[in-house]
Design a protein around this ligand. Structure first.
Ligand code: GLU
Length: 506
């Protein structure tokens, strides 16, 4: 597509994709598709210390499971590749040279231990160490050392490159703008001279991210709130390069189930809830994902779409296509929203209700526990009844069996439990006789007959229903009894009631 709308999801492969990252990917996808544009995946693997070799696979498979397919990515390629930053080193070197030539960046030769000591000393006196316009001339860098001295460090590769965030020749205040939060004023004097190029020959996130977003013609940068503090630096980099910045939107935090603080990966274990779309294995431990627990991917997508976005009306259950139609940056909320697992289960139930029963029916036909109890024509009705009563699709067949099974032991124990009276037993005897005389019977007719009998014998409806349920199914609770009678059919009802009466009279 070429309408200039291009959004990207740019994960760092440092670990598994959690639901925060998935939401960022989803929102980028939804906005791009809503505006008829392209969705790009770029892997930001410039941090070799934190690189995890299984992460990219986990990220890609999670997105695929959720139906979030990119138009361009490391796997499928595209016109702006490569899509892995480790393969784009040349792009960054060129831009670094440009910044140095312009005087917007400089080489710094300070050793890590020297800076660490300064950091510790500042901490002791209750201050935060910052390397910036106020003190950069006190350090070992290309602004303070002679050309020759600098060159000897540079030749050894013993340097980092820092961005000159502020100097006294420029104004100290800039205004950055965020699509969700509006304009934000920043005092540049308070910021540090961030490292944009590391000793290992790789750019840091900040430089690589800006260069790539520009090169890949990204129109909107939509990312987590934790990147908001980096926005001023990114703005300045765009300015240094004389590039038009994209639109920025920083998404609200996903909060812990308690509503207090940002949801972390550890909260999964702490609260016993999934935080990854698909399972993630580490030596000695496996974290189960939403998929393996039994969630529908459509339910997960729906659930996270609403953590941070308000559709503006009462509607809550959305398919991916409906989300694409309705999603907009304008309705993303500013404040954090909490992860409510019960709500996730509720979404799953809603999405299960929408699944067609065909596949499940085929499986049910192989279950003799089910087919010996009901006419195969009633299998779909039974599945619909079961679908409303489970959290996960994989529980449906068992629920069907539970609803439909007839268990003598349960009849015995539960009929004692609910204390069946002579009066009720007499009604049931009459009810059986009445049913035997009628050929076709609708659930409504059956209900009418039974309720009339209860009324004529002064038995409360509740008690009558419970008794009939126990005698028909052995259970004290379950789905709507008269819907169930329709699934069982009149003949089976009569057989079961007669059997139960025998069991009780035994
Ligand atoms: N690589 C960054 C991350 O892991 C991307 C941030 C951005 O989207 O600019 O979140």
């Amino acid at each position: 597509m070429s309408n200039n709308i291009r959004l990207r999801f740019a994960p760092s492969p440092t670990g598994p994709l959690h639901i925060g990252g998935l939401r960022t990917a989803l929102y980028n996808y939804l906005i791009s598709k809503n505006l008829g544009g392209d969705f790009i995946i770029r892997i930001e693997d410039t941090d070799s210390n934190r690189f995890n070799k299984n992460a990219e696979k986990h990220i890609m498979e999670s997105l695929e499971w959720c139906g979030i397919f990119p138009d361009e990515s490391p796997t499928i390629g595209g016109p702006f590749g490569p899509y892995r930053q480790s393969e784009r080193k040349d792009f960054y070197s060129k831009m670094i040279d440009d910044l140095i030539d312009k005087g917007d960046a400089y080489y710094a030769f300070d050793q890590t231990n020297e800076l660490d000591e300064l950091r510790k000393a500042s901490e002791k006196s209750g201050e935060i160490f910052i390397y910036n316009w106020e003190n950069r001339m006190n350090f070992k860098n290309s602004l303070t050392l002679s050309k020759d001295e600098s060159k000897s460090y540079i030749d050894k590769g013993d340097y980092v490159i820092r961005y000159k965030t502020y100097d006294e020749k420029q104004g100290s205040e800039i205004t950055v703008s965020d699509e969700i939060r509006g304009n934000i004023k920043i005092n540049l004097k308070l910021l540090d001279d961030k490292i944009i190029f590391k000793k290992d020959g790789m750019p840091t996130y900040h430089l690589a991210n800006v260069v790539d977003d520009h090169d890949m013609k990204i129109s909107h940068v939509v990312r987590g709130e934790e990147w908001l503090p980096s926005l001023p630096l990114h703005y300045l980099l765009y300015k240094s390069f004389n590039w038009e910045p994209p639109k920025f939107a920083h998404l609200p935090l996903i909060l812990k189930p308690s509503g207090k603080g940002k949801l972390s990966k550890r909260d999964g274990e702490k609260y016993g809830i999934p935080v990854y779309p698909i399972s993630w294995k580490e030596p000695g431990i496996e974290f189960k994902g939403f998929k393996e627990i039994g969630f529908e991917s459509t339910a997960l997508v729906n659930f996270i779409s609403l953590i941070g976005w308000n559709p503006g009306d009462e509607k809550e259950v959305f398919s991916l296509d409906e989300l694409i139609n309705q999603f907009s940056i304008e309705r993303i909320i500013k404040g954090g929203a909490k992860y409510d697992y019960d709500k996730a289960l509720w979404f799953n139930q809603e999405h299960i209700k929408k699944i067609s029963t065909d596949k499940i029916s085929v499986r049910a036909l192989n279950e003799s526990d089910i087919t010996k109890e009901i006419n195969v024509k009633k299998i779909d009705d039974l599945i619909s009844l079961a679908k409303d009563r489970v959290n996960f699709q994989m529980e449906i067949l068992n629920e069907c069996k539970k609803i439909i099974c007839y268990d003598k032991k349960e009849i015995r124990s539960n009929s004692k439990e609910i204390k069946l009276t002579e009066n009720i037993l007499g009604i049931i005897e009459d009810f059986i006789k009445k049913l035997e005389q009628i050929d076709n019977i609708t659930p409504n007719k059956l209900k009418e007959i039974y309720f009339d009998m209860l009324k004529n014998n002064d038995v409360k409806i509740g008690q009558g229903m419970k008794s009939l349920r126990v005698l028909l199914t052995g259970k004290t609770s379950g789905p709507d009894l008269f819907t169930l009678t329709e699934i069982l059919g009149k003949d089976k009802i009569v057989i079961r009631l007669k059997k139960s009466m025998n069991i009780i009279n035994d």
